[in-house]
Unconditional design. Sequence first.
Length: 228
Amino acid sequence: MGLILVTLPALFAGCNKSSDSAVIVKVNDARITVGDLKKQVGDLTPDTLNMIATDANSRKSVLDDIIAFELVLQEARRQGLENMAFNQRQDTMRKEMERRIREEGRNELVTTLLQKELGDKLKVAAPTDAEVKEFYEKNKDKMITAGGRKVTLQEAAPQIKNRILSMKQRDVYMTYTNKLREKAKVAIHEDVLQNLATTLAKSQKENDLFLQLPNPEQGAGAKKKVAK
């Protein structure tokens, strides 16, 4: 396999659509352009992008990754795996489309029945000012901005009205479904539910630990903030 390395332009500095087509490296018959490299690093942080733009070793590392991927891609094609991968992708897409159609069909069926059975009942009365104030007083300790400032009743009123409206509509919906439930056989397997809760809790702890690991881009001692 032949690999020809071409001079790497300064990343993003003065790049335009015409320079995007400039070839950085040729891997056999494949050409990797400035545009390809920019797509590869497009989701990186500004600090990392600046490092790639100013540090030759960083650029080489990114380019090595692109070259490696291209070599593996060419080898897969050489082994005749392209048609297999295409067929697998088509099968996956077909199954996903079928799943979406089934899901949309279920949602449409539920919506049709609710409109038939609950149409007018779901048109609940708009929340009164007294209801909004009562909701605010019960929950005002939770109504703070990201910066810690308490949100006033006037500021929170629009969202509170929407919340109360949704709650009223949910009450109508649950009253209807509870009547259906009385005539149905519903068995909840508490052991399976508890196992799921345990698994989710463990997964969340592992995720929190991962988020608090030092960020290489910010230095060995830096930690990412974990959203509460």
